[in-house]
Every structure is written in structure tokens, then in C-alpha cells.
Design a protein around this ligand. Structure first.
Ligand SMILES: *[C@@H]1O[C@H](CO)[C@@H](O)[C@H](O)[C@H]1NC(C)=O
Ligand SMILES: *[C@@H]1O[C@H](CO)[C@@H](O)[C@H](O)[C@H]1NC(C)=O
Ligand SMILES: *[C@@H]1O[C@H](CO)[C@@H](O)[C@H](O)[C@H]1NC(C)=O
Ligand SMILES: *[C@@H]1O[C@H](CO)[C@@H](O)[C@H](O)[C@H]1NC(C)=O
Length: 405
């Protein structure tokens, strides 16, 4: 395996100044940054003065009661009947943080719908939700109420719960869709992964974002999704739903070395599943940050999904094992063996075809993730031209890609 990235940033990398919102603003022209910052700063100061004025006249609660849900600051899901002094402090802290973040990032946070097929209460999806939220993304979780692994692109109307949600995370008799009592961005849908993805995009996004999401993330799945298993995978099914039917850039992630555990273990357990969940979540977050860090419109070429498989992790690390997301490098792969005379994008002197994702992601001691580009309808490997467009985009965004040998 060569350590240096084999790919050059293509000169024809699609770039757009007016593309999707990005984290940071390094690529905006200076004058525009100055203008944005000044404008945002002025706006925030005026806003702050206005809120402080209302706050001192004791009418803040009424104001919050009239604000649409998506503009409520964190911690104000419901209007409070009385204002506690700790609440007052949080209001001022939020205003302060708002000013700081407005100055440092004039663009709005990317909007993410997060789903999976293992269920809304697994440690993996909650770790991913926490990591993305902590990194400043605007996230909605919409996932099946129970384990729907292997349900491909099945779809059905959501129905009320006959049995409790997985890990008893909701009681029997709960409605067809529901949300966490204290964080309404965390939602279950009692149907298939495809239905959960659709609910996140079509019902929750208008409510929380007032717009479609910028990206759909499916997973990280419990266990690999490589080779022919992609056809059965609900993780892949949900990503294809987002990309094909809603036109949302959609990525599927899977981690080899995890088992089913409840999110309630995240705070209390140091099992290898929990440690893996945290590492995979941080790898996904870093991947998505890189995509948004380099502007492009669309975010990825259309008509495809990415299928990303993380290597298996061992704890504790012994020097030669893979135990941290920071060690991950990625290999550009294909899902299925190529048909005769079909050539993939020509890189790494592979002589015709890319390595298989199953081979790469399970290679011992190499700590390699695999990235496969799949057609969002057929779930088959795409042609060389599309592979090249995606590869140029990923290497341009700084995803650490290496050759496999
Ligand atoms: C809802 O969120 C709270 C706070 O994050 C958490 O303590 C609780 O366990 C969650 N419940 C479910 C079912 O997600
Ligand atoms: C869901 O079911 C699959 C297949 O039976 C299993 O591998 C996986 O661990 C299960 N996940 C959960 C969260 O129970
Ligand atoms: C480290 O752990 C890996 C995975 O368990 C194992 O294959 C390898 O032999 C170990 N290396 C050493 C030096 O103990
Ligand atoms: C491909 O092979 C050529 C000739 O052997 C070599 O010069 C080049 O460095 C190789 N490229 C990669 C990416 O390994």
C-alpha cells in the first residue's frame, strides 16, 4: 500500500461560489466575507438589543410563544411559564454564543437528515447524532422504531407500535411516529428505513429547516455492507431513497466491528461496540465536514450514492491494530466483480478494475475504509466516467485516499 495519495485535484473540479452552505468560508472572496460578517454582525447586534429590551420588560416568554419552532434557540422547545434566573443566564449565554458564531461563520450550518436500518435507539446512530450536532451541523434523526436490518427498499405506511420500540425506548401503543420527549429532533418511524428517510426529508425537514436537507446520512450500520449484501441492506435502501426520490446527496456508512447495543450504554459502557460507535461517528463527521468544507454544487455528482465501509477496530490499541478514526484512510473500490471488458476509472495501476470493497475493508491490519459509488436506482457499480467525477470531487475535498496493494 502506498502512503501518498495517488490522486491529483482535477483542474475541472466542479466549484461553485453560490453552492450549498458550507462550514467556514475560506473559499469566499474577501470582500464578500467582510460584507457578510459586517452584515451578520450588525444584524445580530440589533437582534440582541431587541431581545434584551424585551427580556427586561418581561415579555420574552410571549415572544418565544409566537416564534416559529425552527427559530427557537436551543433549550426553548416550549415557552416557559416563568423565567428562572438560570434560564436568564442561558438566554444571555446563547445570545453571546450566537454573536460569536455569527461572526466566525456567516454561512448557515449544513442541514442533515440522519437515518439507519438498525433502529433509532442504537448506540451507533445516537453517537452519530451527538458527533454531528457537536460539530455544528443542523441534524434531524429519523430512523425506524425497531431493527429493520435487511429490509432493502421495502416501504409501508407507518403504524402504531404493537410491541415496545427497540430496547424499550417507547411503550407498546405508541403512535406510528414519535419523538424524544426532550429533543424533538430525535424521531422514530414505525416502518422501514426508506419510510424513515422519507419522513425525515418530507415531514421533519420543512418543520425544522424550512427547506429540504443538504445531505442524508444513513448509518453507520452495525456490520459491513459489501458485495451482494448491498441489495438486501436497509442502510443502502434508505440512502437510495434520499438520492433517487428526493434528489438529496445521500451517503451510506457501515462499520464492521459493532454489535447491537442501546444508546443508553453510551454514557456508561466502555465496551468495544461503544468505543467503535464513537470512532465510526467521528470518522463520518470528519468525512462530511470535508465535503462541506470545499464548496461544490451539487455536493456530489447526482444519480449516485456512496457506500462507505469502515474497517474493524480493536481495543485496546496495541500499535499494529486499527483503533482510531484518525488512522483511517480510504480506498476507491467497486462492490461487485466487474463484467468482462468493463473497465473502471484508471488509477493506481490497477490494470482495469478497482479492488473489491469486501477485500479492502476487511484487510487485516491496514485500517482502510472503502468507498464505492453505486447507481441510486440499480444499486450497481457506476461507469468509469461517473467514478472519475466522484473521485475528483472526493480528492478535491481532501478525503484521505490511497492505493490498495
Ligand atoms: C431522550 O433524550 C434524553 C436527553 O437526551 C435522554 O435522556 C432520553 O434517554 C432520550 N429518550 C429516548 C427514548 O430517546
Ligand atoms: C438487527 O438484525 C440484524 C440481523 O438479524 C443483526 O445483525 C443486528 O445486530 C440487529 N441490530 C439490532 C440493533 O438489534
Ligand atoms: C495487535 O492486535 C491485533 C488484532 O487483535 C493482532 O492481530 C496483532 O497480532 C496484535 N499485535 C501485537 C504486536 O500484539
Ligand atoms: C504506476 O506505474 C508507473 C510505471 O511503473 C509508475 O511510475 C507510477 O508511479 C505508478 N503509479 C502509481 C499510482 O502507483
Amino acid at each position: 500500500m502506498s502512503a501518498s495519495p495517488p490522486y491529483k485535484v482535477s483542474a475541472s473540479l466542479p466549484m461553485s461560489r453560490s453552492g450549498s452552505p458550507i462550514l467556514g468560508h475560506s473559499s469566499l472572496p474577501r470582500r464578500r466575507i467582510a460584507f457578510c460578517s459586517l452584515f451578520t454582525f450588525g444584524f445580530v447586534v440589533l437582534n440582541g438589543l431587541f431581545v434584551i429590551a424585551i427580556y427586561h420588560t418581561g415579555h420574552l416568554n410571549k415572544l418565544f410563544a409566537y416564534l416559529p419552532r425552527s427559530t427557537l434557540p436551543l433549550g426553548f422547545k416550549e415557552p416557559n411559564p416563568t423565567m428562572q434566573s438560570s434560564t436568564k443566564k442561558s438566554v444571555l449565554t446563547l445570545l453571546f454564543l450566537g454573536v460569536i458564531s455569527a461572526i466566525s461563520a456567516p454561512t448557515s450550518a449544513p442541514k442533515v437528515v440522519l437515518t439507519n436500518d438498525d433502529g433509532w435507539a442504537t448506540a451507533q446512530i445516537r453517537a452519530q447524532y451527538n458527533a454531528l450536532t457537536a460539530a455544528g451541523f443542523n441534524v434531524i434523526l429519523s430512523a425506524p422504531a425497531d431493527n429493520r436490518s435487511g429490509s432493502s427498499s421495502f416501504t409501508a405506511p407507518a403504524i402504531p407500535l404493537i410491541f415496545p420500540c427497540e430496547f424499550d425506548s417507547c411503550p407498546a401503543g405508541s403512535p406510528a411516529q414519535g419523538s424524544n420527549a426532550t429533543d424533538t429532533r430525535i424521531n422514530y418511524v414505525n416502518a422501514f428505513p426508506v419510510d424513515a428517510a422519507r419522513y425525515g426529508i418530507q415531514t421533519l425537514s420543512p418543520q425544522f429547516f424550512s427547506s429540504p436537507p443538504d445531505i442524508l446520512i444513513s448509518g453507520p450500520n452495525i456490520g459491513a455492507n459489501v458485495g451482494p449484501s448491498i441489495f438486501a441492506s436497509g442502510t443502502i435502501g434508505a440512502a437510495c431513497e434520499g438520492s433517487r426520490n428526493s434528489g438529496i446527496t445521500s451517503l451510506a456508512f457501515s462499520g464492521q466491528s459493532t454489535t447491537a447495543e442501546s444508546y443508553t450504554n453510551l454514557d456508561v459502557s466502555t465496551s468495544s461496540t461503544i468505543q467503535s460507535a464513537l470512532e465510526y461517528a467521528s470518522a463520518t463527521t470528519a468525512f462530511i465536514q470535508k465535503l462541506f468544507g470545499t464548496p461544490s454544487s451539487p455536493l456530489l455528482p447526482t444519480g449516485i450514492i456512496l457506500n462507505i465501509n469502515y474497517p474493524s477496530l480493536t481495543f485496546p490499541s496495541n500499535g499494529s491494530s486499527c483503533s482510531s478514526a484518525q488512522q483511517f484512510q480510504y480506498v476507491f473500490t467497486r462492490a461487485l466483480p466487474a463484467l468482462p471488458f468493463v473497465n473502471d476509472v484508471n488509477i493506481c495501476n490497477y490494470s482495469g478494475n478497482l479492488p473489491l470493497e469486501a477485500t479492502v475493508s476487511s484487510a487485516e491490519g491496514k485500517c482502510l475504509g472503502s468507498i464505492t459509488v453505486l447507481d441510486n436506482t440499480l444499486k450497481l457499480d457506476v461507469g468509469a466516467d461517473t467514478q472519475k467525477a466522484v473521485l475528483d470531487r472526493l480528492s478535491g475535498a481532501g478525503i484521505p485516499l490511497v492505493c490498495y496493494s
